[in-house]
Design a protein around this ligand. Structure first.
Ligand code: SF4
Ligand code: FES
Length: 202
């Protein structure tokens, strides 16, 4: 595989064809924040938190680091004023949905984001798709899916599949950047197995 030389934050980085900017940065010990990325999953490009500035032929633009492939002589800047400002706004928008997510709180501190900037619509789901994609791509079970679209979009377990598969798996739980996934699962479980939740008579 051919070697590609690029520059990230002023450092010369060696990468190979097929790597993304995020892969190359990681290999060089340069941190780019992500929310919807997981190394076992196909790149998704949903959260845009990994946005970086790239320069090619003297022109700069913003791209998603988890999707953009490395190119020879690419110049990447991971912490410009514009990049940080965009990340701050993304974090603030996501915090309207999950204001108590530890992952978001840590990012808010780093980027000076205001958790109360946007009106709260606590769905607790950031629609990062990690749970849905993990179940589909890694477990090949499709027990969890997106339903509805636009502002109504949310995740849901398919009770018939969840009843068979989820109890012994739960591998998607720790991937969730909020607590929504657990809540959704237990709600589904309660609906799917109402008897199992009944307190036995004394
Ligand atoms: S439930 Fe969690 S992991 Fe699943 S899409 Fe929502 S935020 Fe992402
Ligand atoms: S990590 Fe790149 S868009 Fe979410």
């Amino acid at each position: 595989m051919s070697e590609i030389l690029l520059q990230i934050d002023g450092k010369e980085v060696k990468a190979t064809e097929g790597m993304t900017i995020l892969d190359a940065a990681k290999s060089a010990g340069i941190h780019i924040p992500t929310l919807c990325h997981h190394e076992k999953l196909e790149p998704y490009g949903g959260c845009r938190l990994c946005t970086v500035e790239i320069e090619t032929r003297g022109r700069s633009r913003l791209v998603a680091g988890c999707l953009f492939p490395v190119q020879a002589d690419l110049i990447v800047r991971t912490r410009t004023e514009e990049v940080d400002k965009l990340r701050k706004t993304i974090i603030e928008l996501l915090m309207a949905h999950a204001p108590d997510s530890f992952e978001l709180l840590a990012l808010a501190e780093e980027y000076g984001a205001d958790r109360n900037r946007f009106e709260k619509e606590s769905s607790f789901c950031l629609l990062c798709g990690l749970c849905v994609r993990y179940c589909n791509e890694v477990k090949k079970k499709s027990a969890i899916t997106f339903v509805d679209c636009g502002a109504e979009r949310q995740i849901n377990f398919i009770p018939e599949i969840a009843a068979q598969e989820c109890w012994n798996c739960k591998e998607c739980f720790p991937l969730c950047p909020t607590s929504y996934l657990q809540a959704a699962y237990f709600l589904t479980e309660a609906l799917a197995f109402p008897r199992a939740k009944e307190v036995p008579a004394k």
